[in-house]
Design a protein around this ligand. Structure first.
Ligand code: XBP
Ligand code: MG
Length: 236
């Protein structure tokens, strides 16, 4: 029977991409004196590649291939990404990004039903704790038994590694847990780790292919509304 929920972060717990990560990347570029600027639309294309450092590299491959050949480019990408993380965490600490509607209630109800909670995300660990602290308070991160994030596994989503890692940390098998995701890359990652997945869509992912998912929802519901089951998956 179901013992745990494993949550994606970006796009699932909060709409972090368009007004969060994207803006932070652009601030890091401007700070470095670069004229690179990612529009909302361009960022939607770049989201095909998960991971911030990997996304910068993909952008250079497509738009500035000669820059990729410069010596020290790996260090430059790493430094740009560190600056991006600093800007992004500052935005979160300023309360710029709320949890999506229904998320906090879902966490409360799942915990009340005795489910164990975990996170499996591509994003940098500091981003996860900053988001959870800013939205749920100091105890926010502690509500998750395992926070599996970022470069802890070398192969990011859509590879299954981060989910496999989270399951191993919890001592669970895939049949014991359900993944919550917002993107096709996330669904592939979870499915290839053997997990069932419920999808909550957003503006960047609505038209993606979610075949393999147990259910596709447009959200986890409004606060105060009757609890919406996770596509027929009972929480108890
Ligand atoms: C999230 C991501 C991340 C963030 C940026 O994917 O792709 O790359 O956009 O985070 P998912 P970093 O929701 O599928 O885990 O810049 O910290 O890498
Ligand atoms: Mg996501």
């Amino acid at each position: 029977s179901l013992q745990a929920l494993i949550f994606d972060v970006d796009g699932t717990l909060a709409d972090t991409e368009r007004d969060g990560h994207r803006v932070a990347f652009n601030r890091a570029f401007a700070e470095a004196g670069l004229d690179w600027e990612w529009s909302m639309e361009r960022y939607g294309e770049l989201l095909r590649v998960t991971g911030g450092k990997e996304r910068i590299r993909q952008y250079l491959t497509e738009d500035h291939p000669r820059v990729l050949e410069e010596s020290g480019i790996d260090d430059r990408i790493r430094a740009l990404h560190e600056a991006k993380t600093r800007h992004y965490v500052a935005m979160l600490e300023g309360g710029a990004i709320p949890l999506r509607p229904g998320v906090e209630r879902l966490l409360d109800e799942a915990a009340a039903a005795g489910l164990r909670l975990a996170i499996a995300t591509t994003t940098t660990p500091a981003n996860v704790t900053a988001l959870l602290r800013a939205t749920l308070g100091e105890e926010g991160p502690g509500r998750f038994e395992v926070i599996a994030a970022g470069d802890i596994v070398p192969a990011k989503k859509p590879a299954p590694d981060i989910y496999t890692h989270a399951l191993a940390e919890m001592g669970l098998t895939a049949a014991d847990a359900l993944a919550l995701e917002d993107s096709d890359n996330g669904v592939r990652s979870a499915r290839d780790a053997g997990l069932e997945v419920v999808v909550t869509t957003n503006d960047y992912t609505r038209d993606q292919d979610f075949s393999g998912a147990l259910a596709v929802l447009d959200g986890f519901g409004e606060p105060g509304a009757p609890a919406r089951s996770l596509g027929g998956v009972a929480l108890d």
